[in-house]
Design a protein around this ligand. Structure first.
Ligand code: PLP
Length: 363
């Protein structure tokens, strides 16, 4: 399982200048190399390789540019205090990329190969994994349809690439709550649609609601289901959880939301700790009511970028409630500290979530 594949590698002749860790933002600078692999019908996935980071050249009629047949994933490599570089749940991310592919008629890449591609690219660019507490190397695997044609049907050829970006600490001044707006005018996904896939198109579909939320002074959108417009789905590009009384509630994986790796990890920790956890439908009315009665004590989003993102205020149809006292709840903070502790190798990894990236020895 931890066997590392070797891929043909062409090293760059012009390494890029580095930024200090303190100047790192999210996804603005990229490492020196990238992982590439091609698919053709009849030939399957072939020619995995590592090459210098650079532009992909494409015919303007390439399928992905017109019909968004594209999926991606996102995970991070963390450098521990001992210098060891670790990936968080790489195999699960690799498996999810396969599921996302299936949702868009893209031939899935074997999960072991995807995981090996993460290890290989981080191994080659290991010196790019930043060293300051809270920083990490964000890994972005992506699959795009590369047939040159304007007919609408699944492409016969694809490109898989993995790029990496050194990112700064998400919370530079401590965990900070966000204000979210439940939208009753926009919909992210419906059952039978793309909601379960990490599809580029889902992000395009989210932009105008996000812009509207920001215009009204909120940070993110709380998505409701597309049919009755009352069941809570997700928040922005994160899964959502809340503490109502002594119950921790999160919407079930029922076809419209993404099976978040952070969501799964947090549910696992909560169950380990003996919390009362429910994956069940929860309506916006129930949450607003619980908020007014003082029973909604904590609410947080979960995702790779932030780990947890506490919600301090919730707006819906002109009403606003504040959650907790607008700060970070006790359980939210404990979850954050626990996951971060595991990721940086400070806390025991009871579930075997971390894998070490072997750093290639220069010949
Ligand atoms: C990526 C993503 C998440 C979070 O998933 P993680 O695996 O925890 O990073 C949640 N919702 C959506 C829509 C996403 O795209």
């Amino acid at each position: 399982m931890t066997q590392t594949a070797r891929f043909p590698t062409t090293l760059t002749r012009s390494p890029k200048p580095r930024q200090p860790d303190s100047a790192l933002a999210f996804g603005k600078t990229f490492t020196d190399h990238m992982f590439l692999m091609d698919y053709e019908e009849g030939k399957g996935w072939h020619d995995p390789r590592i090459v210098p980071y650079g532009p992909l050249s494409m015919d303007p009629a390439t399928t992905v540019l017109h019909y968004a047949q594209a999926v991606f994933d996102g995970l991070k490599a963390y450098r521990g205090a001992d210098g060891t570089i670790r990936l968080f749940r790489a195999q699960r991310h690799a498996e999810r990329l396969g599921k996302s592919c299936a949702g868009l008629c893209i031939p899935p890449i074997p999960a072991d190969l995807v995981r090996q591609s993460f290890e290989a690219i981080v191994g080659v660019d290991h010196d790019w994994v930043p060293r300051t507490e809270g920083t990490s190397l964000y890994i972005r695997p992506t699959v795009i349809a590369t047939d040159v044609m304007l007919g609408v049907h699944p492409s016969h050829s694809y490109t898989y690439f993995v790029i990496c970006s050194p990112v700064g600490a998400y919370y530079k001044e401590g965990v900070k709550p966000v204000r979210i707006l439940a939208t009753d005018t926009h919909v992210r996904a419906v059952q039978g649609g793309l909601g379960e896939s990490k599809a580029a198109a889902n992000y395009a579909a989210s932009l105008s609601a996000q812009q509207e939320a920001e215009r009204q002074g909120f940070t993110q959108v709380l998505w409701l289901d597309g049919v009755e417009r009352r069941w809570i789905d997700e928040v922005g590009t994160m899964n959502i959880m809340m503490k109502i009384g002594d119950e921790v509630v999160t919407p079930p994986l029922a076809g419209t939301i993404l099976d978040g790796v952070t969501r799964n990890s947090i549910l696992t920790l909560l169950r380990d700790w003996g919390h009362n956890v429910s994956e069940r439908r929860v309506s916006i009315e129930e949450v607003m009511q619980a908020g007014r009665e003082g029973k909604l004590t904590e609410m947080w989003g979960t995702g790779t970028a932030a780990v947890v993102s506490p919600v301090g205020e919730l707006g819906y149809k002109g009403d606003r409630i504040s959650i907790g006292n607008g700060g970070t709840g006790e359980l939210t903070q404990k979850l954050y500290d626990s996951i971060i502790g595991i990721q940086y190798g400070r806390l025991p990894d009871a579930h075997g979530w971390m894998s070490t990236v072997p750093v290639p020895v220069e010949a």
